[in-house]
Each structure stands twice: as C-alpha cells, then as structure tokens.
Design a protein around this ligand. Structure first.
Ligand code: SF4
Ligand code: SF4
Length: 166
C-alpha cells in the first residue's frame, strides 16, 4: 500500500494518460460495481485518514445550505457570520469552505475541528465507497484524486491489476 504523498503526487501525474485510458476501459467492460466498492472498502480500511488529511489541504470543500445549517449550530454563529468568516467563492463561483495556506480553514494539526458537523462533500470523500450513482460514473473525478488521495491511488492500481488492464 503506497501512502507516501510525494510519490502519489508524482505517480498520479505520471499515470494521468494511463488512468484516462483506464476510465474508458472500465466503461466498456461492464465490471461489477459491487466488486469495485468492495475493493474500495478494503483499501479504505487499511488507510488512516487522520495521518493523511491531504484532501483537506489540497481539495476545495463545496458546501450547500444544509451544511451551513449544521455548521452554524455547531459553531454557535449566525449564517451571515459563517458566510463571512468561513466561506469563499471558487473560480466557478461556487461556495466553498474558506481556504488558507494550510488548506481548509477548519483543518488544525491534521484534524478536522468540525468533524461531527463537516459538510456532506467531506463526509463522502473520496466518493469511492460513498457517493451517488455508480463508481464508473464518478471516474472522471477519481483520476484527479488519484494524484493526491492514497485511497483512490491504491484502489485504481488494485482494480487495474484485478482486471488485467495494461
Ligand atoms: S480521503 Fe484520501 S486524501 Fe483524504 S485523508 Fe483520506 S486518504 Fe487522505
Ligand atoms: S471541513 Fe473538515 S473534513 Fe472538510 S475539508 Fe475542512 S478540515 Fe477537511
């Protein structure tokens, strides 16, 4: 199991084209979603996210109204204060959690300080075991995540091996 984030970044970028080919391969081979999910569960169970937290440093955390309702209660602030102090717009003008040089505004010492009230996009990340639709339909996002998330990187390599992809 590869967990070194520098190596994962290097290999994830190096394998970008290969992973794009693999996405097409997966789409055309009708592989069992249940099996893909089971492999993801096995990989997830072997990786400690509290030792990693790379998604909180690297990826934007999108938020919806229901997330804001939960977070304002948890933090004891008003919705306006929350929007002012803890959110920003990304390049696509979507509302996301505010980002600092260290990543998400709620990340402290590799831990999420609002874990019990974290947005759904965080709770379902990296959208392998949890997520809407089939894994196959989410592959377009996973290729990018394979360059920074150890769960996605190791899962993709495991599936390629199991399916005999070259
Ligand atoms: S979901 Fe992936 S990137 Fe995020 S903490 Fe877990 S292993 Fe790291
Ligand atoms: S809210 Fe928590 S889990 Fe979500 S990105 Fe921020 S620190 Fe990470």
């Amino acid at each position: 199991m590869l967990t070194d984030l520098v190596q994962i970044q290097r290999l994830g970028h190096q394998k970008l084209k290969e992973n794009q080919r693999f996405r097409v391969y997966l789409k055309t081979h009708n592989y069992s979603d249940r099996r893909l999910r089971r492999l993801a569960e096995q990989i997830e169970s072997q990786i400690d996210c509290t030792q990693c937290a790379n998604c909180c440093r690297v990826a934007e955390a999108g938020i919806k109204d229901r997330d804001i309702e939960t977070l304002v209660k948890f933090l004891g602030v008003s919705p306006d204060e929350f929007r002012r102090d803890y959110t920003q717009r990304n390049q696509d003008d979507e509302l996301i959690l505010k980002r600092t040089e260290a990543g998400c505004v709620f990340l402290k010492d590799n831990l999420c300080t609002v874990y019990e009230a974290r947005p759904r996009s965080c709770a379902t990340f990296p959208n392998l075991v949890r997520g809407d639709g089939s894994i196959d339909s989410r592959m377009w996002r996973l290729i990018d995540r394979a360059a920074y998330c150890p769960i996605v990187y190791n899962w993709m390599e495991a599936v390629k091996q199991e399916m005999g992809f070259r």
